[in-house]
Design a protein around this ligand. Structure first.
Ligand SMILES: [Zn+2]
Length: 151
């Protein structure tokens, strides 16, 4: 951190507190000229990229993920806040596990895994789109383990 007055590069933090929008406000003192100044520091997170099936990269689209999940949950007794929470959890999981680039199927599997726990119908709707179900037999195949579990 350079002093804005003398450009000396050693400063000490006198005070540190959280400010709005996840920034940290720090009061600093230059060790050379002793002048005090304030900084607002904000962690920068590299944007997540998705590796598509054809190998191309696209920026992670939170809204697209949300609308895909919301569609699957349409008219199901699922709190919209739960969907927001799920989207946020998936994004941060992907950032933790993959840092910069995540294959699209990893996101799809994570979503279907979460929906399976949340709601059977939402889960089936999601995988039918995601797996590109061709007909009733695909549904029947996915339904078998669910029906067995329900007994
Ligand atoms: Zn200074």
């Amino acid at each position: 951190m350079l002093c804005p007055c003398c450009h000396h590069d050693e400063t000490r933090v006198i005070d540190s507190r959280a400010s709005a929008d996840n920034a940290v406000r720090r009061r600093r003192e230059c060790l050379k000229c002793r002048r005090r100044f304030t900084t607002y520091e904000k962690a920068e997170q590299a944007p997540l990229k998705v590796i598509k099936k054809d190998g191309t990269r696209a920026p992670f689209d939170r809204e697209k993920l949300r609308s895909g999940i919301a569609k699957a949950c349409h008219k199901r007794p699922i709190d919209p806040e739960k969907i927001d929470r799920l989207v946020a959890d998936i994004e941060s999981d992907m950032l933790d596990s993959f840092e910069r680039e995540v294959p699209s199927h990893e996101i799809g599997e994570r979503v279907s895994g979460s929906l399976k726990d949340l709601d059977d119908v939402a889960y089936l709707r999601f995988v039918s789109v995601y797996e590109g179900f061709q007909g009733a037999s695909d549904f029947a195949q996915e339904l078998q383990p669910i029906l067995r579990g329900a007994r």
